[in-house]
Design a protein around this ligand. Structure first.
Ligand code: SF4
Ligand code: SF4
Length: 290
């Protein structure tokens, strides 16, 4: 059997549990909201909640796809909850968050892939939280790009994020059902219709890619006018998930960041613990996070 390389010291973090974190967790329970932060046991939870950032999962917790790196359940998704946008907006106001990331499972079962529901959430959140910044982390809307872009241009977020996750040679294995060029096109086309909105994408490293392949993807992202980049270490959620291929050294992450800046990204967050939403507020303001 394959043995995993031991987790290096730079991946071990403490999770400060403050009053603020407890308060936010209670509000989440009361409103029955799902965050990626809690679901994925994100190592940055204490830091993010304390700093007023959280990533919410909308449209249920059952996905129509089955990516081998992801811990989300697969199956027939729930019907959309029409009250979700309002409930989410109210909870966010109560939590006094400053920056939220709204993401969803993949909804290949919906005609618009869930685009209108994203809009409804953005609209309701803005109504009740005028100063809050909103990032959406969207699925690929495969097979319905025109429709999704037409809808989503009407209710722009502050940041439009769609993760490529990995390099093209690993797509069949790591992102079954997705298409590398399709995802790049989604980012490019959103930027065309909403040039004032920052576009963003990210990769997890340590699933079998080479450094050269990562650089290639970074070039492709810039060629599709993507403004912001996140690179982080993949960690296996359980023994049944895609195994970790390597632990990328912090120096290598720093080297990618340097390359990214040379290529013209407005912001690069690159480090072992970086997740696409890690210090997302600072990323959006061009501050250093890793
Ligand atoms: Fe949540 Fe993202 Fe922060 Fe992790 S990095 S705690 S998922 S906001
Ligand atoms: Fe997980 Fe997204 Fe893949 Fe669904 S599409 S299995 S939520 S990574």
């Amino acid at each position: 059997t394959e043995t995993l390389p031991t987790k290096p010291s730079w991946l071990k973090v403490r999770m400060p549990i403050s009053k603020e974190v407890t308060r936010i967790k209670e509000t989440l329970r009361r409103h029955k909201l799902v965050t990626v932060c809690e679901e994925a046991s994100c190592p940055n939870l204490g830091e993010c909640f304390n700093g007023g950032t959280a990533t919410f999962m909308i449209m249920g917790d059952i996905c129509t796809r089955r990516c081998p790196f992801c811990d989300v359940a697969h199956g027939r998704p729930n019907a959309l909850n029409e009250d979700e946008p309002r409930e989410l907006a109210e909870a966010i106001a109560e939590m006094r968050l400053k920056y939220v990331v709204i993401t969803s499972v993949d909804r290949d079962d919906l005609r618009d892939g869930g685009a209108q529901h994203f809009n409804n959430c953005i609209e309701e959140i803005r109504k009740r939280n005028p100063d809050l910044e909103i990032e959406v982390l969207v699925p690929d809307f495969r097979g319905r790009m025109d429709k999704a872009i037409d809808i989503m241009r009407q209710e722009p977020p502050d940041v439009f994020n769609h993760n490529l996750e990995t390099v093209p040679s690993l797509y069949r294995r790591v992102r079954p059902g997705a298409d590398y060029q399709w995802s790049l096109d989604l980012l490019r086309r959103y930027k065309e219709v909403r040039p004032e909105v920052l576009t963003k994408s990210g990769l997890m490293l340590g699933v079998g890619e080479t450094d050269e392949e990562v650089i290639e993807v970074m070039r492709d992202l810039r060629a599709h006018n993507v403004d912001m980049l996140t690179l982080g270490q993949y960690m296996q959620p359980s023994r049944n998930h895609l195994p970790v291929d390597r632990w990328v050294h912090p120096d290598t992450f720093a080297w990618f960041a340097e390359k990214g800046h040379e290529m013209g990204f407005k912001h690069v967050a690159s480090g072992p613990l970086v997740r696409s939403s890690y210090h997302a507020d600072k990323q959006a303001h061009g501050e250093k996070v890793s």
